[in-house]
Write a protein of this length. Structure first.
Length: 86
């Protein structure tokens, strides 16, 4: 079990590193494929670390997962809008 936890922690750290590629400046919100893939890694690693709780339908864990998914969806929508408007 320790190897799985180490793997999820590593994926989470890589996801945070990639998600740090987002920037907000005076021209708007900027991202790329690295930021989106980083957010997906963070979301996937959170789900992997809490898989037993998700299968047991823990309300708090599913609420956090849906909140993270909503934020990721918002980020993707902002990226698309920025690409269309520029």
């Amino acid at each position: 079990m320790k190897k799985k936890q180490a793997l999820w922690a590593l994926l989470f750290a890589i996801g945070l590193f990639l998600a740090a590629s987002y920037s907000i400046d005076n021209r708007g919100f900027h991202s790329g494929i690295y930021g989106v893939s980083g957010c997906l890694l963070v979301l996937g690693s959170y789900a992997g670390m809490n898989w037993a709780k998700l299968r047991a339908r823990d309300r708090r864990t599913t609420k956090v997962l849906f909140t993270l998914s909503g934020l990721l969806g918002l980020i993707i929508i902002l990226d698309i809008v920025e690409a269309l408007l520029s």
